[in-house]
Ligand binder design. Structure first.
Ligand SMILES: Cc1cc2nc3c(=O)[nH]c(=O)nc-3n(C[C@H](O)[C@H](O)[C@H](O)COP(=O)(O)O)c2cc1C
Length: 388
């Protein structure tokens, strides 16, 4: 089965740091790093893509795999994956506008808000788009004390005013119906995630008052449930293999430096064949020398493409790599390799600011992890920048 990642725009920004030719585990990205963990463009209106209805998983398989998962890897979720997820959750599945989830008295009372570190968006199913409500990061208000490092949260908000007048006045009754309706939507999310190998957990806990304020909800609107969604942490195992490959096979081709530090954004993942796990990514690697308190970049560059990963025993390793070509074959080869993920790749690859931020973060983690006495990093011909 094919999976796109929203570990999204920065889809799995499994940014990984590695010592020169000696791979070390990827650094975990802390909550603050969520800022770079979405592959959805930070626009006020985001057009969703057509849901992929070809997911070849039986209902019984999805039910067999459904479980609550609360630990997430650094992988992002692509816009394509998010589009399919939202459609499965409560998208329109009939010409009369009705949805994948039932609703009491056809009230259609449940709205889904997609919350990422970049803000919160209302899912507009009829226009197949996301409408930004705020640029505030509401993930902490959803998580509370729990540290849930998911790249996004879906929050189900019920609007009791959508019930027929006679019923809407009986607040207790409609609240119960609304909870059931939210449960159906959350159930769809759980099943889709099981089918698409995404991790999620239905949660009633969240700071409802803070969310109501930030989302500008009316008195009749109540946050009922939320589902963090991402890739399960164990999938981050691939990052070790990718780190090793980028360091040993690619970084080593460049002018040598003391430290070789790769970082990358995963655009898509297909785990359907354990002998050939496919990871599409915007891969980068740089070599640095240590001069005074500065890591000076000596070489490196961009290597987007498709990694083929194989599991041998309990270890993952990159078996081969299909790189996007340089020169005149650049666009054709990128289109060939990324296929339906090409647009996501383009969004990620052309976002210099996001990538620089990711690189700086990875480098800072690397420096901390390896106890390197450096506070700055510098590209040739550019002023030195501070490591966070
Ligand atoms: C209505 C509802 C509310 C829940 N709220 C939370 C929650 O706030 N936090 C959490 O970690 N899990 C929450 N859960 C998940 C349950 O703990 C979980 O479903 C249960 O332990 C069974 O595990 P399973 O989902 O893997 O079968 C909730 C589940 C439901 C159905």
């Amino acid at each position: 089965m094919k999976k796109n990642i929203l570990k999204a725009t920065a889809s799995v920004l499994c940014a990984a740091a590695i010592t020169a030719c000696a791979p070390v585990p990827s650094n975990q990205i802390d909550a603050a790093d969520q800022k770079v963990r979405t592959a959805i463009p930070a626009d006020s209106i985001i057009q969703l893509t057509e849901p992929d209805k070809t997911l070849d998983v039986t209902l019984m398989q999805a039910l067999g795999d459904r479980k609550s998962q609360r630990e997430f890897s650094d992988s992002l979720i692509s816009l394509e994956e998010l589009s399919s997820l939202l459609w499965a959750a409560n998208g329109i599945n009939r010409e009369d506008g009705k949805r994948t989830a039932p609703s009491a008295v056809n009230s259609q009372d449940i709205d889904i808000y997609v919350c990422t570190a970049d803000g919160a968006y209302l899912y507009d199913a009829s226009q197949s788009r996301l409408v930004r409500i705020t640029t505030e990061n509401l993930c902490p208000a959803i998580c509370g004390q729990k540290k849930l490092d998911a790249p996004l949260f879906l929050v189900m908000v019920a609007d009791l005013s959508r019930y027929p007048e006679g019923l809407a006045s009986q607040r207790e009754v409609v609240e119960k119906l609304a909870c059931m309706d939210a449960g159906y939507v959350s159930g769809n999310i759980c099943l889709y995630c099981a089918a698409a190998h995404l991790a999620t957990v239905p949660r009633a806990s969240m700071n409802k008052d803070a969310l109501a304020r930030a989302l500008n909800l009316k008195d009749t609107q109540i946050p009922v449930l939320n589902n963090p969604v991402g890739y399960a942490k164990d999938q981050a195992d691939y990052s070790h293999a990718i780190d090793a490959y980028l360091t040993q096979e690619i970084g080593s081709q460049y002018a040598k430096g003391k430290y070789c530090v790769p970082f990358y954004t995963i655009i898509g993942l297909d785990e359907s064949n354990a002998d050939d796990i496919k990871v599409w990514g915007d891969f980068w690697v740089f070599n640095y020398n240590h001069v005074g308190d500065t890591l000076k970049c000596v070489s490196g560059g961009s290597h987007p493409g498709l990694m083929h990963i194989r599991k041998t025993g309990s270890r993952f390793a990159v078996a081969s790599f299909d790189p996007v070509e340089d020169g005149s074959d650049n666009v054709p080869s990128a289109k060939r390799i990324f296929g339906d993920k090409y647009d996501t790749f383009q969004t990620v690859n052309s976002d210099d600011a996001r990538r620089e931020k990711l690189r700086a973060k990875v480098l800072a983690q690397y420096v901390r992890k390896h106890d390197i006495q450096a506070t700055m990093y510098q590209d040739y011909g550019w002023p030195a920048k501070k490591l966070e």
